[in-house]
Design a protein around this ligand. Structure first.
Ligand SMILES: [Zn+2]
Length: 511
């Protein structure tokens, strides 16, 4: 695949599909085009937005952050009174159908079915619409929340009514943006408290959705940057969520600092020169090298972008992409009642990064936090970065040791053009993937780590151009505790890294 740099392409945040296609063609990211086309061709929304259409209100307070469903009655929005107050303090209610008495901490109140007037702490309170009592449950008009709550809480309340976000006390988290002085192609977002957004990407845009963080506007809704790569950022809020979007002319990756107060956003750089691989396209190094300088990455975050931008052009380290499967709302397998696969894969990925780095590889983790990425985004990130190898990590509670997979490609025939190409991108390089897979199994067995090889139609293995394997970690002699044991993971990680070194000359992108 050729990597073509087209500088200065800037599209607005909400690119139309046409523009996305145009962008993809112009920049030569045909694989991103395939991903975008595939997603847009699906009749149903991606699985990551199952509740997007349900109306809800988010409540942020120093004692609790929660989301309440909003119900419509006679064209007005209502929320449950008990559900609203219960997370905030001690509540008891008692209803005879026509009225509802409620005690919240030391405050007594009485509400009357079909009436706008209520009594709170001995004083009248007038709602904007009648209170409803359904099955002994009080429903109150959403629009009256900012007046009602201070009567119970004695704290100031700010209600962003159109976005349905309610802030109790001074809980707002203020974001600020700045381009990294040492590397102006890198955007640093600082927050006044730790945050945990769901991050997704699409051509030309990186989106952070804050569902449970009381993030407020950074001051202006839109900020333009004097930068070729990262062009602007915008803030919006809707249906209980806040959203920060960053627009760019190249695919972006976001990484968190360890205190989760800083998110670093940078272009996914193509891998640096790969002398070991005859398939490397030298044009690739030019695509993001531009204004970046060779200073080392900022210490708090480790990412594809940081690792790459730290060694533009003058390093000969091959890029390995390590992909901790699952993340964010998508938890993967429930390994125990409390242990999610997504957490095991991330810890394992960090160990593997270290093992590969000490053996001379540049390593990109596709996520270095509890964030969600679609399978297409994972494949596209690896392809755009022109990694020498792609390693996906999973974990299971059954079996023992490790199972190492290569792609099982779709059956030939029934080709439908670009979709077929996307699903079979791995085909030309599959023999090398099998060599890598065999090497990993061999190294593991040398270290007396039980391992076997397998093939599976395990996406996104079939969507990547470079040698690609998935390693699924299963418990060892100590049972499920092994899955979180650094020692156990370490043995597996070092075997994988040794194996990758042993086949290094075979790695790289298939042209
Ligand atoms: Zn998995």
């Amino acid at each position: 695949m050729r990597w073509i740099k087209v500088p200065g392409i800037q599209y607005p945040v909400s690119s139309s599909r046409q523009k996305v296609r145009h962008w993809a063609l112009r920049t030569g990211y045909w694989i991103l085009l395939a991903a975008a086309a595939l997603l847009s061709a699906l009749p149903t929304a991606p699985a990551s937005t199952p509740l997007a259409d349900d109306k809800h209100v988010s409540v942020y307070s120093p004692v609790a952050i929660y989301t309440l469903p909003v119900v419509e009655r006679a064209g007005r929005d209502y929320v449950g009174l008990l559900e609203l107050l219960e997370p905030l303090g001690r509540v008891s209610t008692n209803s005879n159908g026509g009225s509802l008495r409620l005690r919240y901490n030391a405050v007594d109140a009485e509400f009357f079915a079909g009436k706008t007037r209520a009594k709170i702490h001995g004083r009248d309170f007038d709602f904007a619409a009648p209170v409803l009592i359904e099955n002994s449950r009080g429903l109150i008009p959403l629009t009256s929340l900012s007046g009602l709550l201070p009567r119970f809480l004695g704290a100031p309340v700010t209600f962003h009514e159109s976005a349905r976000r309610l802030f109790i006390g001074g809980v707002g988290i203020q974001p600020s943006f700045r381009l990294d002085a040492a590397n102006p192609s890198r955007l640093l977002l600082n927050f006044s408290a730790p945050v945990n957004p769901t991050i997704s990407t699409e051509p030309g845009k990186l989106r952070m959705v804050f569902k449970r963080d009381p993030v407020v506007s950074p001051g202006s809704q839109s900020i333009a940057f004097d930068n070729q790569v990262i062009t602007h950022a915008s803030y919006s809020e809707n249906n209980g969520d806040a959203e920060l979007d960053v627009a760019a002319s190249q695919p972006l990756l976001a990484t968190f600092s360890s205190d989760r107060r800083t998110i670093t956003i940078a272009a996914i750089a193509p891998s640096p020169a790969q002398p070991a691989s005859p398939t490397t396209n030298p044009a690739g190094t030019g695509a993001t090298a531009g204004p970046q300088n060779p200073t080392p990455p900022a210490p708090p975050a480790n990412s594809a972008a940081n690792n790459n931008s730290g060694n533009n052009g003058n390093s000969h380290r091959m890029l390995a992409v390590v992909d901790p499967a699952h993340g964010g709302d998508e938890r993967g397998a429930a390994l125990t009642d409390t242990l999610a696969e997504k957490d095991v894969t991330l810890g394992f990925a960090r160990l593997l990064r270290h093992e590969l780095e000490v053996r001379g590889f540049a390593v990109a983790l596709l996520r270095d936090a509890d964030t969600s990425l679609t399978l297409d985004q994972r494949a596209a990130a690896a392809n755009v970065a022109q990694a020498g190898i792609y390693i996906s990590l999973h974990a299971v509670s059954q079996g023992s040791g490790a199972r190492v997979y290569t792609a099982l490609l779709p059956v030939e025939g029934a080709s439908n053009g670009i979709f077929h190409a996307w699903n079979a991108a791995q085909a030309p390089i599959l023999p090398i993937s099998r060599v890598v897979c065999a090497a990993i199994v061999t190294e593991m067995q040398k270290k007396e780590f039980p391992a076997q090889r397998s093939s599976a139609s395990l996406r996104p293995l079939n969507n990547v151009f470079m040698p690609a394997v998935a390693v699924e970690l299963a418990p060892g002699a100590n049972g499920i505790a092994d899955l979180t044991s650094a020692n156990y993971q370490q043995r597996a990680a070092s075997a994988i890294a040794d194996a990758v070194v042993s086949v290094r000359d075979r790695l790289g992108v298939q042209p």
